[in-house]
Design a binder for this molecule. Structure first.
Ligand code: FES
Length: 540
């Protein structure tokens, strides 16, 4: 919130928006609120407002990139504001086409802000400059490398490649939907921020509802008004230490591992809207949020509130709400012995024991009660990826010692290559000083650009998980890290190159999802490469 005016004290603010003079009431709110509210610009996204940390709301102010959620509307009086629609059309279209051709946009929520920032750079700028520029942004899906490749492809000297080169976007959508776990679009509309996210399609006059902090909802005529009424306080990053809440069970273990709570960190916060008696909009418009929105409270709240108020209601969670209310990857503490037996303790989570047993039936699973945020087995490979990691670590550590029985789902080569065979996908992963090396058989690739993009994104999430990701939780179970930058997501400059070899042709086998297997295999390869340190994250 940026309001320092008294109630009822309003003036108007005039500025130029995408070359057109506009006037809005100054109610003390942010430029983002003005753009998405009365001015109806929905390409500017809200991923963390008013934290100013995700970059999704980036615009140009007098030609310089700024995050609009921390820019008071009154500060742009008499100035020029440029969104995606107002960029130089030629440069925007070249960049957007390059993003599509490189698979540099998946859910598409972060992409408009990134395009705006990149469009302000010298088109001949080197990759290091682009990596620095991307430090102001977060992307959870793509793993950054495809964005850098898109930048390279959009250089003035590059030979343009376009989807007209024979690529089928129908097949691309099919691959994206398989990987995303639900209907997912691929095309220029996604790149340009028109993926029909729930909060973008809500009626302009809908009542806005936000969590009240006590399990209920507060409403207002605008998002800023509702958040003021809820007493929203901007979340902070804590200085409290991370906790690993479970002890490793006693035993003569070859390797052990402890993890903490991990935030799924999807960029599009939960949102929905509904009219009285209607069907609520899905918070999963163009991506599965890595399984974390399966039980989102937004749709049911939108429906109930619309019926209660007799008008359209738009429900929007702030980033702090998502951290407090949304499910986390459950912490584990585990040990595995030289004979391959082991015990994996995990925070009690419905369905997690079955997920682990499907991959590692030899591990005894003990669910333990720990005060903490909600956890979910629906989150990407929850539980079973940890089992893959343990099996790989044990096989690697056994090395020349007593053999750990080979497991059909996981195999480790002497050079640290981890092979994972799960749900029909076969993935080999190795992490070295050059980067991540992947060999992926996911049956019919359908569209190699999209399959590769999901593999790179999964590799990024895996490296990020092992090295950096976790949130602090106090002993009462309350999350303390409430800002999107405190989750530990690896930045563009920290993401190594990813080499993806796709095997299996059109007629090889039906298409299956590869992303989760890549995630598990890269996490295991990274851990093995680090020498199997006993606590994650390893780098903070
Ligand atoms: Fe970047 Fe989804 S494409 S967050």
């Amino acid at each position: 919130m940026v309001d320092d005016r008294r109630e009822g004290e309003r003036e108007s603010v005039e500025f130029e928006l995408d070359g057109v003079p506009v006037t809005v009431d100054d109610d003390g709110s942010s430029l983002l609120d003005a753009l998405r509210g009365p001015l109806g610009v929905r390409s500017v996204k809200d991923g963390c407002s008013p934290q100013g940390q995700c970059g999704c709301c980036t615009v140009l102010i007098d030609g310089a990139p700024r995050v609009s959620c921390v820019t008071p509307t009154r500060r742009v009086a008499g100035r020029s504001v440029t969104t995606l629609a107002g960029l130089d059309g030629g440069r925007r279209d070249v960049l957007a086409g390059a993003f599509l051709d490189a698979g540099a946009s998946q859910c598409g929520f972060c992409t408009p802000g990134i395009l705006v920032r990149l469009a302000a750079l010298d088109p001949a700028a080197p990759v290091a400059t682009v990596e620095r520029a991307l430090a102001a942004h977060l992307c959870r899906c793509t793993g950054w490398r495809t964005i850098l490749e898109a930048w390279d492809a959009a250089r003035p000297t590059a030979t343009p490649v376009t989807v007209a080169s024979g690529r089928s976007l129908v097949a691309a959508r099919e691959r994206a939907s398989i990987e995303g776990g639900g209907p997912q679009d691929v095309g220029l509309d996604v790149v340009l921020g028109r993926a029909r996210f729930a909060d973008d399609t809500a009626p302009a006059d809908a009542l806005v509802a936000v969590p009240d902090g006590s399990g209920g909802w507060v409403t207002g005529e605008t998002l800023a008004e509702a958040r003021r009424a809820a007493g929203k306080v901007q979340g902070r990053r804590t200085t409290a230490a991370l906790r690993h809440p479970i002890e490793v069970p006693d035993g003569d273990w070859l390797v052990t591992l402890r993890t903490s709570w991990v935030e799924p960190a999807y960029l599009e916060t939960d949102a929905s809207w509904c009219v009285p008696g209607g069907e609520p909009a899905s918070p999963l418009a163009n991506g599965g949020a890595f399984g974390a929105k399966v039980d989102s409270p937004a749709p049911a709240a939108a429906r109930a509130l619309a019926d209660q108020h007799g008008r359209a209601v738009r429900v929007v969670l702030a980033r702090e709400d998502v951290v407090r209310l949304g499910p986390k990857r459950p912490p584990v503490a585990a040990g595995i012995a030289a004979d391959g037996s082991g015990v994996l303790r995990v925070v009690r989570t419905s369905g997690i024991a079955q997920a682990i047993a499907a991959i590692a039936p030899g591990l005894v699973v003990e669910e333990v009660e720990v005060a903490g945020p909600p956890t979910s087995a629906a989150i990407r490979a929850a539980g079973w990826a940890e089992a893959v990691v343990l099996l790989a670590g044990a096989q690697h550590r056994a090395g020349a010692g007593p053999p750990v029985p080979a497991h059909s789902a996981v195999a480790v080569s002497p050079d640290g290559t981890v092979e994972v065979h799960v749900a029909g996908a076969l993935v080999r992963a190795r992490v070295d000083g050059v980067g991540v090396h992947l060999r992926v058989n996911a049956g019919d690739p359908l569209d190699e650009v999209v399959l590769r993009s999901y593999c790179v994104g999964a590799a990024h999430m895996a490296l990020s998980w092992v090295r950096r990701e976790a949130i602090a939780v106090d002993v009462a179970g309350e999350p303390l890290d409430l800002t999107i930058r405190s989750f530990g997501i690896l930045r563009a400059a920290d993401m190594p190159a990813v080499e993806v070899e796709i095997v299996g042709g059109r007629a090889s086998a039906p298409p299956v999802a590869a992303g989760d297997a890549v995630f598990a295999a890269v996490a295991a390869a990274e851990w093995v490469g680090q020498g199997c340190p006993p606590e994650w994250p390893t780098d903070r």
